[in-house]
Design a protein around this ligand. Structure first.
Ligand SMILES: Cc1cc2nc3c(=O)[nH]c(=O)nc-3n(C[C@H](O)[C@H](O)[C@H](O)COP(=O)(O)O)c2cc1C
Length: 341
């Protein structure tokens, strides 16, 4: 059996297609170009605020400072932008997906309830963005079913936030590559793991991060397995040994019953018999166990904040999002302990 391999870049090129006869494939090929997401705003002649989501934004010139974007001729905001001398471009941040969706719908008052600033010319400005460009219309060009707007940037604001990206018709997150990182190495023993084996990467990342938490949990007199079980009970207590086994047996080398019993003996937990339901005893955090456990949780969160500050919050958001996706794709069907918002 051969192992599945990544797509090859020296494979023969894909067949040439005609955009007129295959518009769907053309659209999809255009979507292969990853972009950011912007919201463009202006003020209509009647004073009302107008805006839409656009990813056709691009820089044009540094001197003079110019940018462009294109507007579908069928857009409701067309007459307002055609009449406008000024408009503003907002480069959206990774946490502004809802704002993007709001401005991607026609009709209703898209600005309702938003906190706004304004340019010197009264164009509405949204908050929380990565960058904002105040623009003065320089040119409008015919562009097939779109109108191309070119504007001169008269002022701008920039904030250090992770940008929202758009790729293949979906929102995406952008991660900065680190050019100083060496390529993953292979093992001395041919055929063994290489440095980019996922199990190695996940395991090493876990243990390097977990090491500092372990210093705290060991100081509190806990073994790793006791901490795994105890922290599970801080997510939800009132559970039986069978519930704990179902949730985290993959993290423990043995059934959780003796671990729960040792935590009970240490005053972290108390148990209540629940023979009626046939589940065996249910375990709850004692008041002192809850205090001590939450103290360790708080210490762990503070270590997480340190690690993310070093790693970079923007890449941290990408990493968390990827791990969540990976956990979902490898989930063998574990019970859900977490409270839904
Ligand atoms: C990520 C994304 C990018 C978009 N880019 C553009 C664009 O560049 N130009 C455009 O005219 N519409 C674009 N749209 C669609 C408009 O936002 C949408 O049609 C909106 O309803 C137009 O508003 P209006 O009809 O009130 O003018 C985009 C939508 C999304 C979700």
């Amino acid at each position: 059996m051969t192992a599945p391999s990544a797509p090859r870049h020296d494979a023969p090129a894909a067949p040439t297609a005609d955009p007129k006869t295959d518009p769907k494939a053309f659209r999809s090929a255009l979507g292969a170009f990853a972009t950011g997401v912007t919201v463009i705003t202006t003020r209509a002649p009647d004073g009302s605020f107008v805006g839409l989501t656009a990813n056709s934004f691009n820089s044009v010139s540094l001197d003079p400072p110019m940018v462009l974007w294109s507007l579908a001729k069928k857009a409701h905001s067309r007459t307002a932008f055609e009449a406008a001398d000024h408009w503003a471009v907002h480069v959206l941040a990774a946490d502004q997906e809802a704002l993007s969706n709001r401005f991607a719908k026609s009709g209703e008052d898209k600005f309702a309830g938003l906190e706004l600033d304004a340019t010197a010319q009264g164009v509405p400005l949204l908050r929380g963005c990565v960058a904002r460009f105040h623009c003065k219309t320089s040119f409008q060009y015919e562009g097939g079913d779109h109108i191309i707007f070119v504007g001169e940037v008269t002022a701008f604001e920039r904030e250090e936030r992770a940008p929202l990206a758009f790729h293949a018709g979906k929102y995406a997150l952008a991660m900065q590559k680190d050019p100083t990182l060496p390529a993953p190495r292979s093992a001395r023993l041919a055929g063994s793991f290489s440095e980019d084996f996922l199990g190695y990467q996940l395991g090493r990342a876990h243990f390097q991060f977990y090491q500092r938490i372990r210093e705290k949990t060991q100081a509190a007199g806990l073994t790793d397995e006791q901490w795994y079980v105890l922290s599970t009970l801080t997510v939800r207590d009132g559970v039986s040994a069978a519930d704990v086994d179902a949730a985290i047996s993959h993290s423990l080398e043995r059934p959780s019953a003796p671990v729960l019993e040792s935590l009970r003996a240490g005053g972290w937990l108390h148990s209540e018999a629940d023979d009626a339901a046939g589940q065996g005893a249910r375990f709850f955090l004692t008041p002192s166990g809850r205090d001590r456990a939450l103290h360790l949780v708080a210490a762990s969160k503070s270590l997480e904040a340190d690690a993310l500050a070093r790693f970079g919050y923007a890449d941290g958001a990408v990493l968390k999002s990827l791990l969540q996706k990976f956990i979902a794709s490898t989930d063998p069907g574990l019970p859900d302990l977490w409270a839904r918002e």
